[in-house]
Ligand binder design. Structure first.
Ligand SMILES: Cc1cc2nc3c(=O)[nH]c(=O)nc-3n(C[C@H](O)[C@H](O)[C@H](O)COP(=O)(O)OP(=O)(O)OC[C@H]3O[C@@H](n4cnc5c(N)ncnc54)[C@H](O)[C@@H]3O)c2cc1C
Ligand code: SF4
Ligand code: SF4
Length: 1007
């Protein structure tokens, strides 16, 4: 049977898929997801394609995979394995049963330090392996850019290549063995063929047939397989007669695992992979070469690589300028520049001996002099400076990816590899091709191996497909002329399988089909990739097909900034609101997610706590954005945005705004959740509990008058259990304590006309943690500021009620009520901000609402003025200190060490550093920042019984363990009300530990 193409498979009867689902549920221990939402979330990867899978299996063990393969074979349903789904070519998109290995099949199985090898399951993430190996002084050196999320199974599937491939090679050069399952149920360890001599007849038969094909096609391989390091297209039949300039094996033998590497899951399922490890380089040195022209950078790379660097990476003028435009990166990039270069090359030397690297650096300087560019090298020996510069390169790409409008940088010729002597000609000719087609692209990345990344900007909804083919054809002609590889890093998938026959010719293509049939006679393994494929520009497979429409919707917030059209030829973007989006820009904001999977990372940063605890695609920023996109384009049924699927998908989003900052394209799920809740409440109404929380600022004055009554829930036996049953508040939680002595009830005298600053005391710091507000007031006064305490404007209809930022309303989707609160605040602050008087707040989520959501409520210039004048307490003090205006006398505290936890919104707004800066003013205090994601309390989230477990799991990710490790007597500092409650609740059973606001710490330190 020939492999069914995706479209044929699309016709698989629903009866068959129902049967598969039912039988999988009986046979497998793992998760079996055949619902519309789950299939929608697995219908895309980081490519331009979208195909609904038959269903999804998240196997708990290899037995689940065995069962799935058996059932798929019996029912003739295709299957495809998936790791992080970060493939750019559509490898993991297909009408198949998707097997997601990343959640459970992710263990390190064996480590052999003597042999410097490790065996892992396919779902293990590269960075996780390397973190484990670091203390052993080793690493797996195929350092792809997606290292924080991509899996080793996916890397093997794609024959991935890292920035340092010139030194270490690609996956194929670093895999020792693959333990595989074939579609007929055969299981075998593919590796050094000499060790496979006793293999069972089916496997021995495969090997024999492969030899025969290789022998037959020897001459064809010689002439058709490009002899470049970066060639990842087709099957690696040349393992029998190597064409790669770097040997596949150390001793010239044949390793059959290498045929499976790069086969994109079309030949076998990888059960385990054995990897060749390398010693971690003891030190690294960087030389940054500045070029007056882009052409020279490309032309001279071939000379630079002769110095044996381990990386030569390009950053072009566009990216330099993007970095310069960012205040954080400006000083870093400027340290690397000499004058105004058109391009820079980052040339890295690494290894055991720093002396050797310094000598190489000197040789680089001399070489550039000999090549006519004396004084063009910035020498960077400091590890910190090097790291910062590598970050800038990554960030530059991210800014480029965050382009708004329907024209997007599209990956389809992104990784053509050409020999270095042709690099300059290739890049300038291709730039000309782009211009001819009314577009442009930014060049970056792996100059060392002739694989420069470039993505022309195309609108796949309007004319993009035609341009894509035309550009691909011209690029391909050049690649052929220069004897390069059309697929030099990212594989074939849907976008490039069509080019396999172009690259390798009809004979080798037929040979590849034979190989496919030998391994997978049933044709069920990821069909339609590498062989027997669709056309790259078959628009019926696109995520944005011609005619793609979004539903008409009046959003509650202002999304017009995304509702724009862009023109790559002139590099212009139309005015906000003119992009023709019937959802007012909301859909276009959601479509900013290009599925790159960066939100699956587990390292530093906040994004995405709900994924970190669940490892579910549904509870991931990407999964949420995809579900929203499907809902907004009518692909999730008539309920759309107000569907139960949508509710469940956003349920564990804690609105931490981690994605707002960490997502390369700026997907702001917290704001999107407000929009969803607004639509949901419109249709389904608000639960009593949610109304109670949302309206807290309204009834808080009553509770403060009768604290005894309102505190009964935590003082009367059984009341907590009742509150759980009736209202859904977790009985395991204590609620914040009401008190009579609120800050505003006992507010100190307020300076009005003569005020230097306005203190905006939010609901939480007024009613519950009034000592923070008192401390802040005292510190500001001690520093000599006259403090006006914010209160409602004279004409306010509700003048007696304290001001409120509206956060609790926003958290419930009650945008109109939030706007009403915002108007009160703006009105009250207007006289002050008009005079440039800073407004200072204490609770990060409240004060930062003034700088964030207030700006998208349609409140005009007053909102902008207020935002520009609003500061967190510590931001204001840090600003004053920097300007030399802060006159605060502080003395040492008894505690000498402090642990600091930043609120998520502080992290999202780069507002953690100011806390460290003001704490540094306290003599002798050593402050350590906890590398934490969200604390898990997130407003009312953690108080809800349905979220209690998730909330505690988030706290246990890093926050609570870090506090447990702290020495006794360490001061705990957290500005967020929720964070402080989470710390107290989370550690209550281990003895009292409480965190304090930075204002209280400074107050105690007042001399
Ligand atoms: C922003 C960005 C940057 C990138 N940078 C690089 C880079 O520097 N270098 C590079 O090489 N690539 C890069 N890529 C491409 C991609 O990240 C890599 O190819 C990565 O290794 C894929 O890993 P994954 O876990 O996401 O695999 P997936 O995309 O999930 O799968 C990749 C392939 O492997 C197959 N597969 C997965 N598991 C198995 C299994 N158990 N058995 C059989 N087949 C399996 C899949 O079917 C698929 O064909 C980049 C992608 C993006 C979006
Ligand atoms: S949400 Fe952002 S980080 Fe996540 S996949 Fe989409 S674009 Fe990437
Ligand atoms: S707001 Fe936080 S929890 Fe929600 S998607 Fe973004 S990072 Fe994840």
């Amino acid at each position: 049977m020939n492999a069914p193409t995706p479209k044929q498979s699309h016709l698989s009867s629903s009866a068959k898929s129902n049967e598969l689902a039912a039988r999988l549920r009986l046979a497998a221990e793992g998760e079996v997801l055949f619902d519309q939402g789950s299939r929608g979330r697995y219908a895309t990867d980081a490519s331009i394609y979208q195909i609904d899978p038959v269903g999804v299996l998240i196997p708990k063990s290899i037995d689940d995979v065995r069962a799935a393969i058996g059932l798929c074979r019996e029912l003739e349903i295709p299957l495809l394995a998936r790791g992080a789904g970060t493939s750019q070519c559509g490898q993991t998109v297909g009408a198949a049963l998707v097997i997601d290995n990343s959640k459970y099949l992710n263990r390190l199985i064996e480590f052999n330090p003597e042999a410097m090898s490790a065996t892992v399951e396919p779902g293990m993430v590269l960075d996780h392996l390397n973190a484990w190996l670091k203390p052993q002084g080793l690493w797996f050196p195929v350092d792809v850019s997606t290292a924080a999320q991509c899996t080793l199974g996916g890397m093997a599937g794609n024959n991935s290549c890292g920035s340092r491939s010139i030194a270490y090679g690609n996956m194929v050069h670093n895999v020792l063995g693959i333990d595989a399952l074939l579609s007929d149920g055969t299981e075998a360890l593919f590796g050094d063929e000499r060790q496979m001599r006793g293999a069972p007849p089916r496997v021995a038969g495969i090997i024999e047939q492969l030899h025969a094909i290789a022998l037959r096609e020897r001459d064809e391989m010689q002439s058709m397989v490009p002899a470049v390091l970066r060639r990842v297209g087709g099957y690696n039949l040349d393992i029998f007669h190597p064409q790669s300039p770097r040997p596949y094996t150390g001793d010239g033998g044949v390793n059959l695992a290498h045929l499976l590497v790069g086969s994109e899951g079309t030949l076998a399922y990888t059960r385990q992979i054995s990897l060749k490890l390398a010693p971690l380089p003891a030190s690294k040195t960087l030389g940054v070469v500045n070029f007056p022209t882009f052409y020279q950078a490309m032309d001279l790379t071939r000379h630079i690589v002769k110095l044996a660097p381990c990386a030569v990476e390009l950053v072009d003028r566009t990216m330099i300028e993007l970095a310069r435009g960012n205040p954080a990166f400006k000083p870093v990039i400027e340290k690397a520049l000499i004058g105004a270069p058109e391009a820079i090359l980052l040339v890295e030397f690494a290894g055991e001996s720093q002396a050797e690297q310094l000598s190489k650096l000197r040789q680089l300087v001399e070489l550039m002099g000999d090549l006519g560019l004396p004084g063009s090298v910035v020498e960077m020996t400091d590890a910190g400076a090097q790291k910062a510069l590598w970050e800038v390169r990554k960030a530059g790409l991210n800014i480029m990816m965050s382009m708004r409008g329907d024209g997007k940088p599209v990956s389809f010729i992104e990784d053509c590899a050409v020999p270095l002597e042709h690099l300059a000609e290739y890049t300038s000719s291709l730039t000309e091709v782009f211009r001819k087609h009314g577009t442009r692209g930014t060049w970056y990345a792996h100059a060392s191996v002739g694989t420069l990344h470039v993505r022309p900007i195309l609108d796949m909804r309007a004319g993009g497909a035609e341009k894509m083919r035309a550009i691909a054809q011209e690029a391909a002609a050049m690649v052929r002329r220069y004897k390069g590889a059309f697929s030099g890093e990212h594989g074939d998938g849907l976008v490039r399988s069509e080019w396999v026959s172009w690259q390798f010719g009809p004979r080798l293509t037929a040979a590849f089909e034979e190989i496919k049939d030998i391994f997978d006679p049933a044709g069920i393994m990821n069909p339609g990739k590498i062989v027997r494929c669709e056309k790259m520009d078959d628009a019926s497979l696109f995520r944005y097909q011609p005619g793609y429409q979004t539903i008409a919707l009046k959003p509650a917030l202002d999304w017009s900034a995304w509702n724009v059209a862009n023109d790559p030829a002139t590099d212009t973007t139309s005015a906000p609101g003119t992009g023709g989006d019937p959802s007012g820009g909301l859909a276009k904001a959601v479509e900013m997610c290009n599925n790159n999977g960066h939100c699956r990372k587990f390292d530093a940063g906040t994004m995405c706590p709900s994924y970190r605890i669940t490892r579910d695609e549904r509870h991931l920023t990407r999964g949420r954005a995809n579900t929203l996109r499907l809902a907004l384009s009518g692909q999730l049924g008539p309920e759309g945005l107000a569907s139960e699927e949508m509710r469940a998908t956003l349920d564990l989003c804690v609105s931490c705004k981690g994605c707002k900052r960490d997502c390369p394209t700026g997907v702001d799920m917290a704001r999107m959740k407000v929009e969803f809740l607004h639509q949901w409440q419109d249709k389904h109404g608000l639960k009593f509990k949610d109304r109670l929380i949302a309206t807290l600022p309204r009834w808080a004055p009553w509770a403060a008058r009768l604290p005894f009554l309102f505190n009964l829930r935590d003082t009367m036996p059984g009341a907590a259990a009742l509150s759980q049953r009736w209202l859904g508040f977790s009985a395991k939680r204590s609620l914040p304590k009401w008190r009579r002595d609120t800050f505003l009830n006992r507010a100190p005298a307020t300076d009005d006309a003569s005020a230097d600053v306005v203190l905006f005391v939010d609901t939480f710091n007024n009613y519950f943690d009034s000592e923070n507000a008192r401390a802040a007031h005292k510190v500001l006064r001690a520093a000599g500021y006259r403090v006006h305490i914010a209160s409602a404007a004279p004409g306010d209809a509700d003048a007696q009620r304290p001001l409120c930022c509206g956060r609790t309303y926003l958290a419930a989707g009650l945008v109109d009520q939030a706007k009403a609160e915002a108007r009160r605040v703006i009105e009250a602050m207007r006289p002050f901000v008009n005079r440039g008087i800073p407004v200072i707040g204490l609770e990060p989520s409240c004060l930062l609402t003034l700088r964030d959501e207030f700006l998208v409520m349609g409140l005009g210039d007053d909102a902008r003025l207020l935002a520009d004048n609003s500061y967190l307490f510590e931001e204001f003090l840090a600003r004053e200190h920097k300007a030399g205006r802060l006159d605060l006398k502080l003395a040492a505290l008894p505690e000498k060490r402090a642990l600091l936890h930043g609120h998520c919104h502080q992290k999202a707004f780069d507002a953690v550093q100011p806390i460290q800066q003001v704490l540094a003013l306290i003599p002798e205090l050593q402050v350590e920042l906890i590398e934490s994601s969200c604390c898990g309390m997130a407003g009312s989230f953690g108080y809800e019984a349905s979220h209690y477990e998730a909330s505690m799991q988030m706290a246990e990710l890093s926050l609570l363990p870090a506090i447990r490790k702290a020495a006794p007597g360490t001061l705990l500092i957290a500005d967020g009300t929720s964070c402080r409650h989470q710390i107290a609740d989370g550690l209550r059973s281990e003895g009292p530990r409480s965190a304090v606001h930075v204002a209280c710490v400074l107050e105690r330190a007042l001399a």
